[in-house]
Design a protein around this ligand. Structure first.
Ligand code: MBD
Ligand code: FE
Length: 308
């Protein structure tokens, strides 16, 4: 490798680029920009990146933003999982262990879903799919049930699409906020989701193709679980048996997040639930930690869509 980067000219360029020679702006941003640009220079040097390749990467980034797929490439490159690993590590250092594992939020949350007490139905009857009943309790690490916790749930429909991002779905379809009852319990009826696939002609899949990777996720259900005085939990459960369960392009599957899916086909039980076809049931409890000083923040500020 050449020493071009070490020349006074290149180093001076980096200093001027990052504003480190002036006394205005933000000191932390300057240091980070210097590092990132310097690492890019280094990559260009090390791989002898040619101008054509460089400009193809720049038009890729433009396309990624225009296709609104930044939030999709980020988990695909493991960056969102890396942030989780760092939060896990910081929690361990703060003495926070156990409880329900976190996993990535992903790009498809929509704020402001309808709020109800104790229970909800997430679909409006227009989805064709296997009915799923899910229920459980929100507790603290000492096993104390938490009344008044909010279980904010969202998931894909049986075609793998999310409402709002898939404009063919009803508003807030398969998105609800449920307040736990006096025993800390929540329950909902919905339809089993299918796994998500990256848009096949989008920029994320285009890069994954170059990496020899697919852009599939196992079927999953997302949750934010919050309660006053407790640490916000961002997590997902995976639907057991999915072929991508341990081959998730977004690296979100974790031990402890694959509950048993019980199947019920007995006509008596089916009718007792007001159904006429076999259904599935998942029991899953969420265990939260009390908020405390010197622990990493779990309330992440991130731009979200809000269904108009
Ligand atoms: C999803 O549904 C998802 O949860 C993630 C992380 C990425 C793409 C689609
Ligand atoms: Fe998802």
């Amino acid at each position: 490798m050449s020493d071009l980067l070490e020349t006074r000219e290149a180093q001076s360029l980096l200093t001027r680029v990052s504003g480190l020679g002036n006394d205005k702006g933000d000191a932390r941003v300057k240091r980070i920009v210097r590092r990132v640009v310097s690492d890019l220079f280094k990559t260009i040097e090390e791989f002898d990146v040619q101008p054509d390749e460089f400009w193809s990467a720049m038009s890729y980034l433009t396309e990624l933003g225009q296709a609104n797929e930044v939030g999709l490439l980020v988990p695909g490159l493991g960056l969102e999982t890396f942030l989780d690993l760092r939060t896990d590590e910081a929690e361990r250092k703060a003495g926070i262990e156990g409880g329900t594992p976190r996993t990535i939020e992903g790009p498809l949350y929509v704020a402001g879903a309808p709020l109800s007490k104790g229970e909800a139905r997430l679909d409006d009857g227009s989805e064709e799919g296997e009915v799923l009943f899910m229920n459980g309790q929100v507790r603290d690490v000492n096993g104390r049930p938490m009344a008044g916790a909010i279980v904010d749930v969202w998931h894909a429909n049986p075609l793998g699409g999310y409402s709002f991002f898939d404009p063919s779905q009803p508003k807030y379809n398969l998105r609800r906020r449920i307040e736990t009852d006096a025993e800390g319990r929540y329950r909902f009826r919905t339809v089993l989701p299918a796994g998500y696939a990256c848009p096949p002609n989008g920029p994320t899949q285009k890069l994954l193709d170059q990496l020899g990777r697919h852009g599939r996720r196992p079927a999953h259900i997302h949750f934010f679980v919050t309660a006053p005085g407790y640490r916000k939990l961002t997590t997902q459960i995976n639907i057991d048996g999915d072929e991508y369960l341990h081959d998730d392009f977004a690296f979100a599957t974790r031990d402890g997040l694959i509950p048993e899916v019980r199947r019920f086909a007995d006509p008596v039980e089916v009718r007792a639930r007001g159904l006429n076809a076999p259904f599935a049931e998942i029991a899953f409890d969420f265990v939260l930690h009390r908020e405390r000083a010197n622990a990493p923040n779990t309330v992440v500020t991130r731009t979200h869509a809000e269904a108009a």
